[in-house]
Design a binder for this molecule. Structure first.
Ligand code: ADP
Ligand code: MG
Length: 396
């Protein structure tokens, strides 16, 4: 992949940089700014080179039209504070205000364009529609830097099509993410443990299938575990269950058995009758989940067992919280897994927006982990062995 050095002298050049600034917001309050911070080094580097830096990014999933709830304005403000420099904000992405804002940038100046997903062409499946947006974007810049790792698995105009239209390079964040993921896929130190959780098993089936050939043990928690428990014949009450995936999961369990991969499931879970703060909850064995119960976390015995399996590994990849960590009572399984990762003698990688947010929210220091990936879907697809359009387009 080409790097920023390959772009030559950038002084005075307009550099369009795709960042991943898709942070969680409550109103206009940013509840986790990890992705903004992760974007700083490349922006600072381009500024230092005297480039006119034009940041393009998305936020959330607006429906292809401007929606104030998904404005990048608060993100632009925070970016300016973190950079300690003025950041101009364009209230459209490629419209008159964006054009004027870019034209007004001095060397070393930074502008953020409004949420690119306010334009339906960004995510369009129609190549011609995306091409039109990409042409306009390309017309606003002299070079393109791809640094939004969390979006590189998307064939979107600002990720894929624009790269093909300008001299382009991978930014430092994309390079760092790819380097770490490569270490997980090429000859990882063993034992290699994978910890999977989060809400939906269907999001993660591809990676499970691929990791069956790579990992030595796969620990499963979170909402997806109930589909696994159902596949092993357990009742799961009113817990999250993807009934149409039970057969697939049963197949994976058989495949794991054949390959000698340990799939470790919890033996106890925390259940409640209502997923809200302050709700009554208790611990039950996974083979005795009451019909009315909702499983919201792995139980303490399982947390201890998972921690032991993690600590004794030499490579660990973790994606997906073990429970509904947003509610403190249901965060203990996630905390135990995070703590165990910090004690591993080897490479630890946390992938997934919610997992990374959980680690920070629970008060762990980022430095305690080998790498915290900014890209959940992107890192999973990389581990699945998929070709990521936003990376392949940077190869040539
Ligand atoms: P990531 O962003 O790290 O990839 P996901 O998006 O897959 O993680 O899943 C995160 C979500 O999963 C969190 O919002 C969390 O509340 C939810 N979750 C975890 N365990 C459960 C559970 N037992 N029931 C319902 N939701 C759960
Ligand atoms: Mg998520």
């Amino acid at each position: 992949m080409l790097t920023i050095d390959d772009l030559g002298d950038l002084h005075g050049k307009r550099v369009l940089v795709r960042c991943d600034l898709n942070v969680p917001l409550e109103g206009t309050v940013i509840t986790d700014e990890g992705r903004i911070r992760a974007s700083l080094p490349t922006i600072e580097r381009l500024r230092a080179a005297g480039a006119r830096v034009v940041v393009i990014a998305h936020l959330g999933r607006p429906k292809g039209a401007p929606d104030p709830a998904f404005s990048l304005a608060p993100v632009a403000t925070r970016l300016g504070e973190l950079l300690g420099a003025p950041v101009a904000f364009a209230t459209d992405t490629v419209g008159p205000h964006a054009q004027a804002t870019v034209a007004g940038l001095a060397p070393g100046g930074v502008a953020v364009l409004e949420n690119v997903r306010f334009n339906p062409a960004e995510t369009s499946k129609d190549d011609a529609e995306r091409a039109q947006l990409a042409d306009t974007l390309a017309g606003m810049a002299d070079a393109f830097v791809s640094d939004g790792f969390g979006a590189v698995h998307r064939k979107h105009a600002s990720v894929y099509d624009v790269a093909a239209r300008l001299p382009h390079a991978a930014g430092g964040l994309v390079l760092a993410e790819v380097a770490v993921l490569r270490r997980l896929t090429v000859d990882p130190a063993r034992p290699f443990a994978v910890v999977l959780g989060g809400a939906k098993v269907s999001d993660k089936l591809g990676v499970i299938a691929n990791l069956l050939g790579k990992a030595d043990r796969i620990l499963v928690g979170g909402g997806m575990v109930f589909t696994f428990l159902a596949a092993t014949g357990h009742q799961v009450g009113r817990s999250l269950l993807e009934a149409d995936r039970v057969e697939t999961v049963r197949g994976y369990l058989a495949e794991a058995d054949r390959r000698g991969v340990d799939i470790v499931l919890p033996t106890d879970v925390v259940v409640t009758d209502s997923v809200r703060p302050g709700a009554t909850h208790h611990v039950v064995a996974t083979d005795a989940i009451p019909a009315e119960a909702i499983g919201v976390d792995i139980g303490p015995a399982s947390a201890a067992a998972f921690a032991e399996q993690i600590r004794s590994a030499r490579t660990v990849f973790w994606n997906g919280p073990m429970g509904v960590f947003e509610i403190p009572e249901f965060a203990e399984g996630t905390r135990a897994v995070a703590q165990a990762l910090t004690e591993v003698d080897g490479l630890t990688v946390v992938g997934g927006g919610d997992s990374a947010a959980a680690v920070r929210r629970l008060g762990f220091s980022e430095g305690a982990f080998g790498h915290i990936s900014t890209g959940g879907g992107a890192s999973l697809e990389y581990l699945e062995g998929a070709t990521l359009p936003g990376l392949s387009v940077l190869e040539d």
